[in-house]
Design a protein around this ligand. Structure first.
Ligand code: NI
Length: 130
C-alpha cells in the first residue's frame, strides 16, 4: 500500500480511538486508523478464541485499549490488560483470546493477513479504513 492511499484526514490530525471504536462492532475485523510509512495502526474488537497462526515476515504488536485479552504462545500465555502491550516475534505461533469483549490497537506492516499462515473463516479484508 502506497502513501498515496492514506486518507488525508489520517494525517496531521488527532485520531480519537474511542470515537473510532464506536464506528464498528464486528469481532476479529481490524479497521485501519492510521499509517506511518509502511506500518499500519489497526483497531480490533475481540471476543472468544481466534486461531493459531504465525506471521513469517513480521513482528506484530497488540496494545490493549479496553478490557483484557490473552496472547497464547505454545509454551506460555501472556495476559494483557488496559494500557499493556506485547510484541509477538515474527514466525512464532500465537493465538489471541478474550473471555469478554476486548479492544486493542494492532501495529504491523500494511498487508499483513490477520490469520497469517492459517487462513480460514476469520481471515479479514485488509486496508479497511475508518
Ligand atoms: Ni497474529
Amino acid at each position: 500500500m502506497s502513501d498515496a492511499s492514506v486518507p488525508a484526514q489520517a494525517m496531521s490530525q488527532a485520531i480519537n480511538l474511542t470515537d473510532k471504536l464506536a464506528q464498528f462492532a464486528q469481532h476479529w475485523s481490524p479497521r485501519v486508523v492510521a499509517q506511518m510509512n509502511d506500518v499500519q495502526f489497526k483497531l480490533v474488537k475481540m471476543q472468544g478464541d481466534f486461531v493459531w497462526h504465525s506471521h513469517e515476515d513480521t513482528d506484530e504488536v497488540f496494545i490493549v485499549v479496553k478490557g483484557r485479552m490473552e496472547i497464547g504462545f505454545r509454551d506460555h500465555d501472556v495476559v494483557l490488560r488496559e494500557g499493556e502491550m506485547c510484541v509477538i516475534p515474527r514466525g512464532v505461533e500465537h493465538i489471541t483470546r478474550a473471555g469478554e469483549e476486548c479492544h486493542a490497537l494492532i501495529i504491523e506492516p500494511a498487508g499483513v493477513v490477520n490469520t497469517g499462515d492459517a487462513g480460514g473463516d476469520l481471515t479479514a479484508r485488509n486496508d479497511v479504513w475508518i
